[in-house]
Structure formats: C-alpha cells, structure tokens
Design a protein around this ligand. Structure first.
Ligand code: NAP
Length: 292
C-alpha cells in the first residue's frame, strides 16, 4: 500500500486524488488530524502518531513539511525517517527542492532531509520539485506595501525564477509512487530506487513577465519597478509573514537578482506523460486568488 502524507495540502491532495483514480494500487492518505476513514493521523511533530500510520505501508510518499524554522523541519523529517524504518517501509519518496533553488536558504533543510532519508534502510526516490508559479505572485503581494496601484515594485532585478505547475509535479509523483508499488508487488526493487529527479519547469518569470500578466488580468497597465532588498526587507517586516519566511523570501529574491534561480536541466519531460501545463494560467489563478 502507498501512503501519501499532507493530503490536506495543495500538492499532497493532488497526488492522493491521482493515485485514488488508479484501480491496481491501494492508497491511503495522511493528515495531521486524521479522520479514521480515508486519512490516517500523520503528524511529524508528534512521532507517536507515526507507527500506527505507517503500518502495512510499502511505499511512503513524504510531502515535505517545510513551513517552520529549519530545526523544526529537521526534527519532523527525522521522525518520519525513523518511523518509516521501524514500520518496514520498503520505498520512500520525498518531495524536495530543485537545483535552481540550490543557493537559497530553503535548500538546506531539503538537502539535509534527502540525506537523512537516503540513509534508509528503505530505498528512496527524491523528487526535486521546482517552485510553484503562485510563489512569486504571493511574494510580490506581500511586498505590495511599497507598490502604487499601477506599479509592481519587487526585488527581482533583471533576473527570473524558474517555475512549474503543481499538477505537473503531482502527475510525476503519482507515476513514481504507482510504478514503485507495482514493482514491489512483483517482487522487484522500485525502478525509481536511488534516483534523484530534477523537476524544473521550462518557464521562468521575472518582474516584467509578472507585471504583464497582472496588466492583462487586472485590465489596467501595471509597470514593473525593481525594488531594493533594503526596502523589501522593511516592507516584509510589516507583512503577515513569519520571521523565518522573511529570511527565505529575501534569500529567494537575492538569488533571482543574482541570476541564480533559473533551471539548467530538467527530468520533467521524460517523466510527464503530457505536455507541461501553462504557467500563465496558474499565475492568472494566483492573481485572482490574491485579489479575492
Ligand atoms: N515548490 C514550491 O514552490 C513550494 C512552495 C512552498 C512550500 N513548498 C514545500 O512543499 C510542500 C508541499 O507544498 P503544498 O503546496 O502542498 O503545501 P501546503 O498546501 O501548505 O501543504 C502542506 C501539507 O503539509 C502538512 N504538514 C504540515 N506540517 C506537518 C506536520 N508536522 N506533520 C505532517 N504533515 C504536516 C500540512 O498539513 P495541515 O493541512 O494539517 O497543515 C499540509 O497538508 C510544503 O509543505 C513545503 O514544504 C514548496
């Protein structure tokens, strides 16, 4: 059986739905509260919830629980690794961060977690997911305090950020989990064992591209103005973001300005059975959500 953690979330929900549509694999989900029916209780902050949750699980898909300070994330993923080992999980899939984010502060807990999971005793597949298109839109909204109505002031400089639609990442996760489960059922190792996949999109967004989409979506001209990191730090301090999120946001921006946030290679085309979905549509949805 496959267990997908974090199915109350955007990515985990899509993966669970995709796996549930397959006739030949058994899947269950995990949420922090559990419902005793379709979702088991999986709370990495409460390791006592994990032994029962991981019972009879052959393939465990750990959706990273990254919204916290790094030390909390380390403890969460260490608890997941220990419980998976004790429960006899045979293959573990972890949703990590793509190489275009390598020098961002968010990379450290992901790379640490990759190594922790790779210590086994199970085999692993690391899905190094690119960033979602709604992320730069949400960050630009958080810095909106510095923006006039017709100006998008954001610290992207002249740089761009590679992004990938969540559903594409979910489709790959469904494929890897289902094929792993089938391989194990046939008495073989997962064909994805010990593989690290770079799942980067083929589109990169900068300030000008986001301003253009805003212009089309809002029906009025929006111009991009590169903001400094100093003014952005001040704007974020007054936003609703948690302090650790501000650290990560500034690091992301700094990487974009430095021209270090664009993908150089991707395994997505080989693993996705369809053409990648439109980033434009996902950004438009995020704009509409942020307006609502
Ligand atoms: N690629 C990107 O652009 C990007 C951007 C932001 C984050 N991420 C990372 O990718 C992950 C998945 O993205 P998403 O869009 O699905 O995020 P999401 O919608 O926020 O979902 C996160 C899921 O993780 C669960 N979770 C949180 N803390 C947990 C814990 N202690 N134990 C077990 N489960 C826990 C949440 O459960 P509750 O609903 O109970 O909170 C939720 O189901 C995120 O958690 C984050 O680590 C990626």
């Amino acid at each position: 059986m496959i267990l997908v953690t974090g199915i109350s979330g955007g990515l985990g929900g899509l993966v669970f739905q995709g796996l549930s549509e397959l006739d030949d694999v058994r899947v269950t989900g995990g949420t922090r509260t559990g419902d005793g029916v379709s979702a088991r209780r999986v709370d990495f902050d409460d390791p006592r919830s994990l032994p029962a949750a991981f019972e009879d699980v052959d393939v465990l898909l750990v959706v990273s629980a990254g919204y916290a300070e790094d030390d909390v994330v380390f403890a969460r993923h260490a608890a997941a690794a220990d419980a998976a080992a004790q429960a006899g999980v045979r293959h573990l899939i972890y949703t990590s961060l793509a190489s275009s984010g390598e020098s961002m502060t968010i990379a450290l807990p992901h790379r640490w977690s990759e190594e922790r999971f790779a210590a086994g005793p199970f085999t692993t597949t690391i899905l190094r997911n690119g960033l979602y298109p709604d992320l730069p839109v949400a960050l630009a909204t958080a810095t909106a305090a510095t923006s006039a109505d017709d100006v998008l002031a954001a610290p992207f400089g002249a740089g761009r950020l590679s992004v990938v639609v969540r559903q594409d990442l979910a489709d790959v996760a469904v494929r890897v989990a289902a094929e792993s489960e089938r391989d194990l059922a046939a008495g073989k190792l997962s064909r994805h064992a010990d593989r690290v996949y770079e799942l980067e999109g083929d589109t990169a967004l900068g300030g000008a591209e986001i301003a253009q989409i805003l212009t089309e979506e809002l029906g009025r001209p929006i111009a991009y103005r590169p903001a400094s990191l100093t003014e952005t730090r001040a704007a974020l301090a007054g936003s609703s973001l948690e302090p650790y999120q501000i650290t990560h946001a500034l690091s992301l921006y700094s990487n974009v300005i430095a021209g270090r946030a664009e993908a150089t290679r991707s395994d997505l085309p080989q693993l996705l059975r369809t053409a990648p979905r439109s980033v434009r549509a996902a950004v438009a949805e995020a704009v509409a959500r942020n307006r609502g």
